[in-house]
Design a protein around this ligand. Structure first.
Ligand SMILES: NC(=O)c1ccc[n+]([C@@H]2O[C@H](COP(=O)([O-])OP(=O)(O)OC[C@H]3O[C@@H](n4cnc5c(N)ncnc54)[C@H](O)[C@@H]3O)[C@@H](O)[C@H]2O)c1
Length: 390
């Protein structure tokens, strides 16, 4: 049987655009035609499109017009306007994490270290609402590209919770590594914050999602987060930090460490850590302590494959794993990083929505809930960790 054809457009031509494109090559439920790419950076657009034999667009509206679904792979500060633009053309939109945030509203000399966090919370919520309202008016849907929701380990845990009726008592989860590669990251006005939003959004979304699964399974409704308490720190900006050059240290006005304690409406809890202070690759995990089981979802690293390489040069042409600075010695080499991260799974799910109307698992409401929890956590951190109601 001939597969349904869905026409795709990519906005942005950096890191995320690359893994979106690779994931699109592995969508199997429908036939995907990548119509083209739009980016504000011409050299990177040409580089991206030429090597993939794709068409570059200089007018965004033209790309939107020719597509059924658009991928927003641009810095967080641009998400809201791009999402609203795509939805107003009645097209579906896949938007990268973090959904949105507060970027200083164009205030001259805006400083992420000093602004009142309540203002950030208010604006971030308004930004989410503007996208959710645009979605209500549109024939298109928002698909929040939170790949952790679709990562095979998280989906397997979902099955365990659903089939055993588990009660989750406590979730521990973390994303940390040695620092983001994107130049926009590190400036609050572009990224909307530091580790808490840039990295914490993944484990936070997974925790909120799994409690949602639990609630829907046993009671028919989500178990939502009700309070957060958080601390944030800028360790690599401490005057006494001894910089040996092993961690990225170019953060201008954002934190490089965050921990968040969440209380859900049933009184159960989650503890989330996010940081840029971690050597040896990415640490992405979710540990679920339930009343009937304990699961550790090792998204990265995991020991599906371990390799010993006696000489760095042997692996000059071998990709090993994200964010390690040496390929020598033992490594948790990833046989298929995109698969463990859930990239192809999220794309296939989103394209099934576009083609067949399947419900969106990582939807705009989840994205808005995660955004609100993040900015409430910033309010808490501003007051050294007091409990804030969501
Ligand atoms: N889910 C994940 O695992 C993951 C990993 C990395 C990045 N991301 C997210 O992807 C998004 C992009 O990050 P990145 O690492 O690709 O950044 P990047 O800096 O590598 O690329 C950003 C691209 O967007 C383009 N751009 C900027 N503003 C634009 C605009 N208004 N219109 C069109 N193009 C524009 C830039 O020219 C560049 O090509 C961010 O939201 C980031 O948080 C997600």
């Amino acid at each position: 049987m001939k597969k349904q054809l869905i026409r795709a457009g990519i906005i942005g031509s950096g890191f995320a655009a690359k893994f979106h494109y690779e994931a699109l090559m592995r969508v199997h439920s429908v036939e995907v035609d990548v119509v083209g790419v739009f980016s504000i950076d011409q050299p990177s657009l040409i580089n991206f499109t030429a090597s993939r034999n794709l068409k570059g667009f200089t007018i965004l509206e033209e790309l939107i017009e020719q597509c059924d679904i658009l991928h927003v792979c641009t810095p967080p500060s641009t998400h809201e306007s791009l999402v609203v633009k795509v939805l107003s053309a009645d097209k579906h939109v896949i938007v990268e994490k973090p959904f949105t945030g507060y970027f200083g509203n164009g205030i001259k000399d805006f400083c992420g270290d000093t602004f009142k966090r309540e203002i950030g919370l208010k604006h971030a919520k308004e930004s989410s609402e503007s996208m959710l309202n645009a979605e209500k008016e549109s024939k298109g849907q928002i698909m929040y590209a939170e790949n952790w929701i679709y990562a095979p380990a998280i989906q397997k845990e979902r099955e365990v919770i659903e089939k055993t009726g588990a009660q989750i008592l406590w979730i521990q989860a973390q994303q940390s590594h040695s620092g983001s590669h994107s130049l926009d990251y590190g400036q609050w006005c572009k990224s909307g914050g530091g580790s808490l939003i840039g990295k914490g959004c993944h484990p936070l979304a997974a925790a909120i999602y799994l409690k949602q699964v639990e609630g829907l399974t046993r009671n028919g409704h989500s178990i939502r987060p009700v309070t957060v308490s958080a601390r944030t720190h800028a360790i690599t900006r401490l005057p006494n930090y001894i910089n040996l050059g092993n961690l990225r240290d170019t953060y201008k006005d954002v934190e490089d460490y965050a921990s968040v304690h969440i209380v859900f409406e049933d009184g159960t809890i989650a503890d989330i850590v996010a940081s840029e202070l971690l050597h040896g690759g990415v640490k992405n995990y979710v540990e679920v302590h339930a009343n009937n089981h304990r699961t550790i979802c090792n998204i990265a690293p995991n020991n599906a494959m371990q390799t010993y390489n006696p000489k760095e040069a042997y692996f000059d042409d071998v990709y090993v794993v994200e964010k390690t600075d040496t390929n020598q010695g033992w490594s948790f080499i990833s046989p298929d990083e995109g698969w463990f991260n859930g990239y192809q799974h999220e794309m296939d799910a989103f394209y099934r929505t576009a083609a067949f109307g399947d419900p969106v698992e990582s939807n705009s409401q989840l994205a808005a809930d995660v955004t609100a929890a993040i900015y409430a956590a910033y309010v808490s951190a501003e007051q050294n960790g007091i409990e804030i109601s969501l």
